[in-house]
Design a binder for this molecule. Structure first.
Ligand code: SAM
Length: 243
C-alpha cells in the first residue's frame, strides 16, 4: 500500500483546486451563507471537509438568529468558532473547549473558550453549567473512540430537548491509532446499533444498551464521517385505525 492510499493519511484527500466554494457548489448543489463564510475566510484557519458544509447547514439552519447554546469540542486555530459566530449570529451562546492551553487565547473573541479534556465529565458539566444548558454539541475534538464515547455519555443526558449532537471526522472509527478499526467492536459506528435497539425498546422489552443516550434519541442520521443524533420528547408509541 503506498502512502497515498494508506488509511489514516488525510493528506491524500486534500482539495488541490483553487475554488473551494465552486467545488462545494458544483458537487453538493449547496450555495448557502455557510459556504460563503467558510470559503471566504481570511481570518484564523478553519479546517473542514467540503461535504460537511451543506450537512451543517441542513441541521443547524433552524438555530440561526436564535440564542442557541452551541458547544464545539475542538477549537484548534480558532477559525471554526469565528465561522459559527458569523453563521449563528450575535445572540448565540458559543463555547469551545480544547485540551490545548494555547487555545485560551481565543477566549472572549468569537465565543468563550475553556481548557480541559472532552473525556472529563466534571469539566464538561462545569462548561454546560456556565452555558446555562446546551442545545447543540459538535464533537470535533480528538476523534479518539474512547473520547468520543466519553463526551457523548456525559453530554447527551444534559442536551436540551430539541437539541442535536453531531460527531464529525468519524473516518477515525476505521483507524487503529484512534482506537477504531474496520469491523472492530470499538468502532463507534457500532454504537448506533445499540442506540437503535434502545429507540425500539417498546417493541422488544430488553434493557437499554446505552442508558442516558439511546432511550432519548428521536432520530439518527449518518453521513460520510458524521453521526447526528436528535434529542426530542419520546412518547410511548400508539396507533389508530381511522375511517
Ligand atoms: C480537528 S481540531 C479542531 C478543528 C476546529 N474545530 C476547526 O474546525 O478548525 C481538533 C482539536 O481537538 C483538540 N483535542 C484533542 N484532544 C482533545 C481532548 N481530549 N479534549 C478536548 N480537545 C481535544 C486538539 O487540541 C485540537 O485543537
Amino acid at each position: 500500500m503506498t502512502l497515498a492510499t494508506r488509511p489514516g493519511a488525510i493528506r491524500q484527500h486534500a482539495f488541490r483546486g483553487a475554488d473551494v466554494a465552486g467545488d462545494i457548489r458544483q458537487k453538493y448543489g449547496f450555495d448557502g451563507d455557510l459556504l460563503r463564510i467558510f470559503a471566504a475566510n481570511k481570518g484564523e484557519v478553519v479546517h473542514k471537509w467540503h461535504h460537511y458544509i451543506p450537512i451543517y447547514d441542513r441541521y443547524f439552519a433552524r438555530y440561526r438568529g436564535t440564542p442557541v447554546r452551541f458547544l464545539e469540542i475542538g477549537v484548534s486555530k480558532g477559525g471554526s468558532l469565528r465561522m459559527w459566530r458569523e453563521y449563528f449570529g450575535p445572540d448565540a451562546v458559543l463555547f469551545g473547549i480544547d485540551i490545548d492551553p494555547d487555545c485560551a487565547r481565543f477566549d472572549g473573541q468569537a465565543g468563550q473558550v475553556r481548557i480541559g479534556s472532552q473525556d472529563d465529565p466534571a469539566f464538561l458539566a462545569g462548561v454546560v453549567a456556565e452555558m446555562g444548558g446546551v442545545d447543540v454539541v459538535l464533537d470535533d475534538g480528538s476523534h479518539v473512540m474512547a473520547h468520543v464515547r466519553a463526551s457523548l455519555a456525559a453530554l447527551f443526558p444534559v442536551l436540551a430537548t430539541g437539541g442535536l449532537y453531531m460527531i464529525e471526522d468519524l473516518h477515525t472509527a476505521y483507524w487503529k491509532n484512534w482506537g477504531g478499526g474496520y469491523g472492530m467492536p470499538a468502532n463507534v459506528f457500532g454504537d448506533l446499533a445499540k442506540i437503535i435497539d434502545d429507540m425500539h425498546r417498546p417493541y422488544h422489552g430488553h434493557a437499554d444498551r446505552m442508558p442516558g443516550v439511546g432511550p432519548f434519541v428521536s432520530g439518527v442520521h449518518v453521513h460520510d464521517s458524521i453521526i447526528v443524533l436528535e434529542k426530542d420528547a419520546v412518547f410511548a408509541p400508539v396507533h389508530s385505525r381511522v375511517g
